[in-house]
Structure formats: C-alpha cells, structure tokens
Design a protein around this ligand. Structure first.
Ligand code: NAP
Length: 514
C-alpha cells in the first residue's frame, strides 16, 4: 500500500467492475454495446478468463455442452467438440475481449483490497493492493464463487519433501512422469485430470473422502459437416442451444425434490455406468454414494471409471491422517510414499468477495452483514450497499444448467438498474430492506426443500449447513424474475428529489444514520 501521507491520484469512472472472468467480461461487453464507455475492469491476474485462466490442469474442460456455453449475443460457432477444453474456452473469452474492444478498459495485475461507499458523493472508493484509488459511481463484482483455491490444513503438509500444488494452480513445470502421485479429492476437477495423468504416473493414489454420482459425458468432436452448418446456418447453433437448455432444464426436478422420479432414474443410470466401467466389483461399494443424487455436484465423465481399472491406480478410502516428509498416512496407519501431492480440494466457495473488505453506506461491513452466510436479493444486491451489484453472487449457482445463462440474466438486470440511475439522474439505488427480508424467507424455505438440504456436505453450503450458493428454482424462473428490474423495490436517491432510505422506529436507521 502507498504511504499514508502520500495522496494517491484518484482515477474516476462511471462503473468499476472487479474481475475479468466470464462475468466481468460479459458486463464490460454489455456496457460497450450500450455505449457506456467510462468503465474500468480491475483484474487481479495477468489476463482475462477468470476460472478458465486459472484452471489449466490437464483435461480441464467444460461440463456443460459448449454450444450453450457462450454468450447469447456472441454465440461461438467454432467449438471443436461437444464439451470444449479449457484452451478453447479461454480463447473464446480472449476473442470476446478483443472483438468488443474492452481490453483497453481492463487493468490487469490489479488486486482490489477494499471498497467503501461514500453517501455524500454517492460514489464507491476502491483501493487496490498497490495503493491505487478508483472512484466509481457503480460497483459491479464479477469474482464469482470459485476463484480462491481451498487447501485443507492437513497436519504435516509443510514437512512434505516432494512437490504439492492445487489443481487450480497446476505446476506445468513439474514432471509427473514415472513418479508417485497422490490426488486428494475426487470432485469435478479431479475426475478430469486423473485420466490424463494416470498414464504418466508410475503409481497414482486417489484419496477419496466421499463417492460421487457420475453420469456418462458422451463427448465427441463435431464432424466437419456439423462445423460447416454451425458457421453457415446461424439457426443451427441456436436450435442446438435451445435443445441443450431444454434438456438440462428437464433435469431440474431431480434437484427440486429429493427422491423424484428423475433423480431415481439418474441414480440408476449412474450406478449402471459405474458397474459397466469398473471391472473390479470389490470397488463398487466404495464408489456408491451414500447420499441422494444432486446433493453434491453431479459429475460427468466417460474416462474416470475406466482409469480405476489400471493396475497403477489405487482408490484409497481410509481417511487421511497426516502428511509426512515422504507421503500421506491414512488413519489405519498405512503410509503411501509420494513424489507429488495434488490438492483437488475445491474452493473457498462460501466466502464470496473475501478477502476484499467492502463497506457500504455509513460504513456497514459486508463481512458483518454476511455473518450467518452470504445472501443477496436474486443474487445481485442487498440493502446498505447502494449501487453495488454482484454477478454469480450468492444463491445463483446451478446444479443442472449453464452459469453463462445466469450471468447474462444478471448483467441484463444490472444494465436496467444502470439505465435507471442514468435516466433519472439518481445518486444511487439501494435495495429496500423489506424486499431483502421477503426474499430471505422465501429463499430459505425453498432451498430447504431441495436436494442440497439433504445429508451431504458440499461446496454449496456453509459448514453449519446454510445453502449460500445455489439458486432455489429452475433457470426459467430466474429468467422470468430477472427480466424486469422492479425499481419500486429500491430506494431511488437523487440529488434533491431522492426517497432516502427510511429510519426505522427508535432512531438511527440500519446504517447507523440519524
Ligand atoms: P469440489 O467439487 O469442491 O471437490 C473437492 C474434493 O476435495 C471433494 O472430493 C472433497 O471431498 C475433497 N476434499 C476437500 N477437503 C478434503 C479433505 N480435508 N480431505 C479429503 N478430501 C477433501 O472441487 P472441484 O473438483 O475443484 O470442483 C468445484 C466446482 O468447480 C465443481 O463442482 C464445478 O462446479 C466447478 N468445476 C467445473 C468444471 C467444468 O465446468 N469443467 C471443472 C471443474 C470444476 P468431499 O466430497 O468428501 O467433500
């Protein structure tokens, strides 16, 4: 940070966006399309792409059919296969940044440390790690849910003499060939890279804590004829998008209610897939989940189970006890000697925005507001934080469909709010507390009926079981609810004419103002 006595120059802009991943880029592109050019994207890493830049592990690929994994206003007809690999997705996002001319608005290697709202000016003051200050009328957070890798504090980790890294920070310089590799975790990331590295490692140990429901992926390259059709007949990719969306949406009942017919059929298909692909029946019980399908992310793979048939691949289900200088010791006392440990242990998914410190009106801290777990109205905004909008925020993740679809709905919603702020010359828009309260009650009740509320622990919920990450309904419902931003749900505060946030009975309002 800069010396406190030196006053950093303040960069002014109308809109500041944190993060240049899919969400931040989408917002930047929509601003450009709307002719709003005075914006700045603050990106912590060295380039655009977010999760698709971070996750470069071998085999990284989309687990939503790619034709539905591009923005509706920039449909990608170039995908080479049904489930595109990470380099292709990153390339698509890079091309988007170029085509929509947003590169010159992106400030890379710029980590936001804190942001505070000044009620008098109606502006956000954003401070970066290297002491830069940005002042913006509107703040959009695009850091999403899966940007901070989680490495569990397993005793002895520091003493390990080999190499260890997280799957989202893959060490491409490190050679796995001929070595003994331990992979901790068997989630969506692990099942993509394990088949890739199994042929390199001399011995590969998979430390599995819980079994997963895995269904067939049915990936394949597009034929030359299909690729030709996608480029020549724009209706074809659109029909594909529609059919993918519909197929995925029809899976929603499996998540909406535990034990539904769709869920039971999917469980049957998943177990059949496992029994067909895993030759050793002795492994089947360990690979059979003890919780309903959908409670954790349903995984899709054609090559994970066959990898378990290799003599050099070992599934370890005894819990990990500790890490030693030479490997991993499980609780039964067995030590597996390792040269490399890969942590495929997921992300700090419930700590939205952390470690950034965000203070809203009258110094209200976002960390305090979210003491019981993150929440936001329709995943986008909350009272006390005027002109602050989140993309892929709390309760907007899905178990069954494309996040790109959700991000676009959020961006459209935020664009309407920005349009209203501009058209009505407002100082700020702030969600009314009663709207948030109504939503809080509705969301908790609805989420309580879903499969995510059943017995498993997952990255969708906090340690004490609050579901902070997932949207409680179908994507159709989200689309309908996000189509029109209802401005009557907001305090609209103008320079003179504003309907200032009300003071509750008894004195100071919730932000502490008289
Ligand atoms: P994850 O699904 O959270 O999986 C983490 C794994 O680590 C789980 O198997 C978990 O076991 C295990 N684990 C965590 N702490 C542990 C500990 N202390 N000891 C032993 N095992 C431990 O993380 P992820 O695989 O990185 O995937 C996260 C999400 O990213 C996915 O669900 C998906 O939404 C997204 N993703 C998407 C794609 C794609 O589109 N292609 C690819 C990768 C990831 P438990 O199950 O017992 O908790």
């Amino acid at each position: 940070m800069a010396d406190a006595s030196s006053k950093p120059a303040i960069r002014e802009c109308e809109v500041a966006i944190i993060g240049a991943g899919s969400a931040g880029l989408c917002a930047a592109m929509r601003l450009r399309l709307a002719g709003i050019d005075d914006f700045l994207v603050l990106e912590k890493s060295g380039g655009v792409g977010g999760t698709w830049r971070d996750n470069s592990y071998p085999g990284a690929a989309c687990d939503v059919p790619s034709m539905f994994y591009s923005f509706s206003f920039e449909v990608n007809t170039e995908w080479s296969r049904r489930y595109a690999q990470q380099p292709e997705i990153l390339d698509y996002l890079e091309r988007c940044a170029d085509k929509y001319g947003v590169r010159d608005r992106i400030r890379c290697n710029t980590e936001v440390r804190q942001a505070g709202f000044d009620e008098a000016s109606g502006r956000w003051r954003i401070e970066t790690a290297d002491g830069e200050v940005v002042s913006a009328g509107i703040l959009i957070n695009g850091t999403g849910q899966l940007n901070r890798p989680f490495i569990p504090g397993i005793p002895g980790h520091a003493a390990f003499r080999g190499t260890s890294f997280h799957s989202a920070r893959w060490d491409h310089e490190h050679d796995l060939r001929g070595g003994r590799v331990g992979v901790i975790g068997n989630g969506a990331s692990a099942i993509q890279f394990i088949p890739e590295i199994a042929s390199e490692a001399a011995e590969l140990y998979i430390f599995q804590r819980s079994a997963n429901w895995i269904v067939p992926r049915k990936d394949r390259p597009y034929t030359r004829f299909e690729s030709w059709l996608f480029k020549r007949l724009p209706v074809v990719p659109w029909l594909q998008r529609l059919s993918i969306w519909l197929k995925l949406e029809l899976r929603w009942p499996a998540f909406a209610r535990p034990g539904s017919l769709v869920a039971r059929l999917s469980e049957w298909a998943s177990l059949r897939h496992m029994r067909k692909q895993v030759a050793d029946p002795a492994l089947h019980p360990a690979l059979t989940p003890d919780y309903p399908l959908g409670c954790k992310r349903v995984l899709i793979s054609d090559d994970y189970y066959p990898t378990l048939n290799r003599d050099s691949v070992h599934l370890v289900t005894d819990p990990i006890g500790r890490i030693t200088a030479d490997g991993i010791v499980t609780r039964d006392g067995t030590e597996r000697e390792l040269d490399t440990i890969v942590f495929a242990t997921g992300f700090r998914s419930t700590e939205f925005l952390a470690p950034m410190r965000v203070r809203g009106r009258a110094g209200k801290s976002l960390a305090d507001a979210w003491g019981d777990g993150a929440e936001a109205y329709l995943g986008v905004t909350l009272p006390g934080f005027p002109n602050f909008f989140m993309l892929y925020g709390p309760n907007t993740n899905l178990g069954h469909n494309s996040i790109i679809f959700m991000i676009e709905r959020q961006v459209e919603y935020v664009m309407q709010c920005i349009g209203a702020i501009r058209a009505r010359c407002l100082k700020y828009l702030e969600l009314r507390p009663e709207v948030m309260e109504r939503w809080r009650r509705e969301a908790r009740t609805s989420l309580g009926r879903t499969v995510w509320a059943t017995s498993c622990q997952s990255w969708y919920k906090t340690a004490d079981g609050r579901i902070t990450n997932n949207w409680p309904y179908s994507t159709t419902t989200y689309w309908l609810r996000m189509r029109h931003a209802r401005l009557d749900e907001y305090h609209q505060v103008g320079a003179d004419t504003g309907d200032a946030p009300r003071t509750p009975a008894g004195g100071a309002n919730e932000a502490g103002l008289a």
